[in-house]
Design a protein around this ligand. Sequence first.
Ligand code: HEC
Ligand code: HEC
Ligand code: HEC
Ligand code: HEC
Ligand code: HEC
Length: 729
Amino acid sequence: MSNQTKGIRQRIDLRSRFAPQTQTLIAMTAARRIEQMQTRRKGMRLPRLTFIVGWLAICCAASDTAAQYPYRPDVGRPPFPPSQPIYRVAGDADALLDDQDLLSPRMRSTPPSDPNDLLGDDLLGGIRPGDDLLGGDDLLGGGDLLGGGANTAVGAEAEQDPLSNLGPTKPIKKQAVEDKKKDPHEELWTENCYPSAESCRKCHPAQYEEWRASGHAYSSVSPMFNRFDQAMTEYTRGTVGSFCNRCHSPVQTQLQIPRHVSVLDAPPVVREGVTCIACHRVNEQYWKTNGDRRIEPGNIHAPVYGGGDGQGLREAIAKSKELKLKLSPDDKGPGQPIHLESRFFQPLTTSDACVSCHQVAVHPGIWLEVVHAQYRSGPAAKRGVSCQQCHMGSVPGKDLGYDCGHIAEVAGKPYGEPRKRSNHSFWGPGYSIAHPGIFPHNPKASSYTPRQWLEFDYRAGWGTEAFEKNVPPGMTFPKPWDTTDDRRDGRKIIDDNLAKLDQKRSNAIMTMQAGVEIKGPFFDSAPMAGVPLQFSYRVENESDGHNLPTGSLGAQPQLWLNVALIDPTGKRVWESGYLDRNGDLADMHSREVALGNIPRDKNLFNLQTKFLINNVRGTDREVALPVNFSLDQLAFLRPGAVPTTVLNHPPLIRMEAHSIPPLDHRMAKYTVPAHLMTKPGAYRLSVRMRSRTEPMYFMRQINCTPDMIRRMQEYTLDVHPSSHTFWVR
Ligand code: HEC
Ligand code: HEC
Ligand code: HEC
Ligand code: HEC
Ligand code: HEC
């Protein structure tokens, strides 16, 4: 027995006092480690130093460990499907790193309105001047931990690295951009079983227009979703299966398109995610099913299920000749094919329609989505208010009634009597980080393929007057963007989509503002120079629907307060809720804090829900993902005692919620040290709540591209910005 093996055996003995369940786990772990070491020893002996270095690296950057050393399949378990090219935000990610790209002025097409001068120099800058988030090459600097850089470094050194057999899967080869010749029948067949939103748009343009930029429309093409799904598949060695697709890409699940087929090559209806038929062709009542639902297949003539009695439709069918409606595929000639029936489906009119996807339990204690449970025990449910009333009503996030209008158009004219109109924007705080040629869905965009769109460099200004007049001589473009006409056509669609995204963004802010109130500042005592300043804000969940935020972990949304103190000379002397150079909050997930480059944000007020994981020493710590890699010398994922297929997540993990229950509040307390406030005079406190779908450390962990990270930063929502001036004696 080698010394190492002996050491492990001893540790097994040491741990015999643990509960039997834990013991089994430890024994399995140890046995596995011995097995791994023995296999490895056949090849190469690991120098002791590597162990130590490896161990240190893991301790320092625990949350980044997995990105650098993701687990790889080995003998004894079935291999999972080969990881296919991952959805890329740009066809050529490297091109994004070139020259001034990151500094390009196009952050948003319109900056958010800014009544209180908050976005000036007050809050956006990092903690040091010039350290702003997108500044210079910080974010992409070679040595940092962001996807691109880390990948190349590891790739290049893999040969000499003795731990390389534990290393990441090989960097993904550049995807050939030429489109495969697809069988045209395939799409036709799909459409005949699962009509796309495009088919419904012909007669329901209003619903389509709202839906096309919604979270539901985004769920399948979301780069974050695809990247995250890929990472989960790798971590769990494929055992997570199509779990994620059930809710995010229900038509794909139904068509049994394998998970690893790129969403870019999937039929349009699959790219539409939670599309019209995912709600209007479901006729069985589901409760909590983690998204496992059945869509009724059939062509466009098959019945739809709605909240009305179908009288309007019966009248339309009766006048089909006059209205030029086609009632069967055999109907030749002009006109629109229509569904022959619309049936009342009661669950669609209640919160039951939402629960199967908006309540995700994967393990006792691990609820990836908890909104329905919170809602059910909250005041709104008691009042009889449904999810739809706040999320499909006329005012974002509030149950203030519905719009009224025509619900269909036939032959370009509003049809029938005005009725209750449910807004299909599905008001919510989310935002897209996809290429604007791919999302929002846009009928005009379909003359180009998603892969072609990824090649369209909208940030460089392709197709704009300014760009086209000054195309540098010799500049080449990928097909089909090699003519100025195509670039200009592309630009029109991009501009249309960017405007739509701006609209979604203002709705997102309105939704958040319907839920949050920030009161204050409240000073503990009269502010005085040379005395520590103690104050607080009262953050209220104004809404009685559910917690603020719901505490989704699929999304891991961050919702935090950013507060800055400006002194009489206009200098920012103190701040909380600041971001480090990687865009992370200065908490335990910040690499900059770990390295001692910036101070930890002691007063940070963050409502994000966290995962806590047990490490082998029996304590728990925060992690970005509930996969159990351990803080031990060797980086590997401890196999759970129960297969991940059953639990979807390994045992020994729990959640820690920080969200605010309905109608409740929490105080955010701050202390500014005395030495930062020595001058008397007029000071200003600026505050805003910030909201984003994902933390940056998590995006890095799952190897998001720099462009994804950049967009996540750019679109961060600012909620209720305000300033307060006060006198310091
Ligand atoms: C039972 C349904 C369900 C399953 C299964 C599910 N999700 Fe989600 N996911 C949701 C819902 C609902 C939201 C929106 C939550 C919110 O906004 O609070 C969401 C949000 C997200 C988001 C943030 C939005 C975005 O697109 O950027 C990501 C990323 C995500 N999920 C990834 C995953 C991954 C990866 C898996 C599999 C491990 C998964 N989800 C499994 C329902 C589900
Ligand atoms: C997440 C589920 C969901 C998706 C996706 C969805 N709908 Fe709906 N839809 C509903 C609900 C809920 C109602 C309201 C039912 C009621 O009357 O209470 C509704 C109502 C309707 C109505 C009746 C009129 C109205 O506006 O209230 C039409 C028409 C309609 N949807 C069409 C569409 C089309 C077209 C799409 C795709 C572009 C779509 N829906 C996508 C859930 C959905
Ligand atoms: C050719 C036109 C046409 C197409 C295409 C079409 N619809 Fe309709 N739809 C109608 C008309 C007309 C009505 C009845 C409007 C009324 O009652 O005022 C209707 C009603 C509905 C309703 C409301 C039922 C109710 O009474 O609450 C839903 C839901 C609906 N359609 C969904 C869809 C979906 C989903 C698609 C795509 C798969 C689709 N429709 C495609 C014309 C169309
Ligand atoms: C009384 C109004 C109200 C009701 C009822 C309500 N919501 Fe919300 N919802 C809001 C508001 C306001 C926000 C934005 C503030 C926030 O994030 O909590 C929101 C946010 C959300 C979000 C965004 C993610 C997050 O973490 O906050 C999701 C998803 C959501 N609601 C789903 C639902 C579902 C599903 C139901 C029914 C089970 C529901 N809501 C019931 C008002 C409501
Ligand atoms: C088929 C599964 C499914 C059903 C059914 C469903 N949702 Fe969702 N919903 C999702 C997923 C997945 C997301 C996250 C999409 C993303 O951003 O990637 C989501 C996101 C949302 C959001 C956040 C949007 C944003 O912009 O932040 C709201 C609000 C929401 N859903 C409300 C509802 C309501 C209300 C219902 C019931 C009428 C419902 N959903 C039914 C899957 C579903």
